[in-house]
Design a protein around this ligand. Structure first.
Ligand code: ZN
Length: 421
């Protein structure tokens, strides 16, 4: 890969078209000047043309000469490309799932464009897909798609209208923009508040996390609203502390029960208003990634409420496919050599080493509290192998040795390990 990068660098630095372009421009200028001269006085035509010939020829020759290093550079780059990406055949499409599900492919592309915020491209794509509804070609061993959502049917029948989804994604991008670039939490908080119940049912902490960040911004004087007061008080910001306190009084009440500990921490930090960076609460206030974290959490919850995953499935599928392709090619050649066939459906005969974020797991519900696990209440595994939620562990153990609710084993809560799903 380094060789390829070096070639690109060389191509960019040495071989650019600007000298050739200026040569050609010079030739054009000469011709235009000559034309103007001849047009003004026809009798000078033979002389003007004769005078033009030599310098014009020289300019064109210079243009040709300046093009040479570009050709040479492109040639070298082409060779480096060939060397790096050897021409390999694609796996033959014996299990061609794609041509039997064209409407699903169209949907994946349309959804990808919409969720990437490419609204113009998406609506053109949907228009064209609607004008030419796809005709599925049934292929061997692929089941017919089972269309459950109304818009899936719409896409299959060529009546899909992306406007509603487009509006929703436009809202999402607006809120994300405000979060990331304006550091303005208000639209996100309003969005979360309107969907408070749905978010809580999902075990999401988003609404509280947004409000907590708002509290921190007021405290440290980092919001657009309080910039004036922040400027004249700098480190010690009594106005900020007071407005954070007032904000907590006004907004934290609905969170009292669920986030008592976090709220106590925030209120405790108020006592350190003069030197919060030296206090035990400093990590709450000086977390560089806090904004990106809430933006990411918002993105995930927004898509979840629409019934979508946080990342584009098309992107995930294409990336996973690119990783898997070399393994599949190798497998195919081995199978050909040994004249064997893989007959099991919907399962790969080789393991594909995908990165950890491409491993998908289901949710965890604590068998004791019956609550879904969250970031603040993760599943914990005791030495006996049984898993319960962190809060249940705390309640059952009271920080001393305790008996597992599911087997006779006794263990200490400090021996439990967090399970990452
Ligand atoms: Zn156990």
């Amino acid at each position: 890969m380094d060789d390829l990068l070096a070639q690109i660098e060389l191509l960019e630095s040495s071989a650019n078209l600007s000298t050739s372009i200026s040569d050609v421009q010079q030739a054009i200028d000469m011709l235009t000047a000559a034309r103007a001269k001849v047009a003004a006085d026809g009798s000078t035509a033979p002389l003007t043309l004769a005078k033009l010939q030599d310098p014009f020829k020289k300019t064109l020759e210079a243009a040709q000469k300046d093009l040479k290093p570009i050709y040479a550079g492109l040639n070298k780059y082409g060779k480096a490309l060939d060397k790096k990406f050897k021409d390999k055949p694609l796996p033959s499409a014996e299990n061609d799932a794609l041509s039997s599900h064209p409407s699903l492919i169209n949907r994946a592309i349309a959804m990808h464009l919409l969720r990437e915020g490419q609204f113009g491209v998406a609506s053109t794509f949907v228009d064209e897909a609607n004008r030419h509804p796809p005709h599925p070609e049934p292929t061997l061993n692929t089941p017919n798609p089972y269309l459950t959502e109304s818009w899936e049917k719409d896409l299959a029948e060529g009546t899909f209208n992306s406007e509603k989804l487009q509006q929703q994604f436009a809202d999402m991008y607006h809120i994300l923009h405000e979060l990331r670039h304006q550091r303005n939490l208000k639209p996100a908080i309003q969005w979360a508040r309107e969907r408070s119940e749905a978010l809580e049912a999902r075990g999401s902490n988003l609404e509280f996390e947004l409000c907590r960040l708002q509290f921190i911004c007021l405290y440290t004087g980092a919001t657009p609203d309080t910039q004036d007061t922040a400027m004249d008080t700098d480190d010690e910001n009594p106005a900020g502390t007071l407005s954070a306190w007032a904000y907590a009084q006004q907004e934290f009440r609905p969170f009292q029960k669920r986030y008592a500990r976090e709220i106590h921490q925030l209120m405790g930090s108020l006592a350190f208003w003069q030197n919060v960076q030296d206090s035990p609460y400093a990590r709450l206030f000086y977390n560089e990634s806090a904004w990106e974290e809430v933006a990411h959490a918002f993105n995930r919850e927004f898509c979840s409420l629409l019934g979508l995953s946080a990342d584009s499935p098309l992107f995930i599928a294409a990336t996973a496919g690119a990783i898997a392709l070399p393994y599949l090619l190798k497998m195919q050649s081995i199978m050909k050599e040994k004249r064997t066939e893989w007959t099991t459906q919907d399962e790969l005969p080789v393991e594909i080493p995908l990165p950890s974020q491409y491993h998908f797991h289901s949710i965890f519900v604590c068998p004791v509290s019956k609550e879904q696990s969250t970031d603040t209440n993760p599943p914990m595994m005791m030495p006996c192998g049984h898993v319960i939620a962190h809060e249940s562990l705390e309640k059952l153990s009271k920080n001393i040795k305790f008996k597992c609710p599911y087997c006779p084993n006794e263990s200490h809560p400090r021996d439990a390990v967090k399970v990452v799903l």
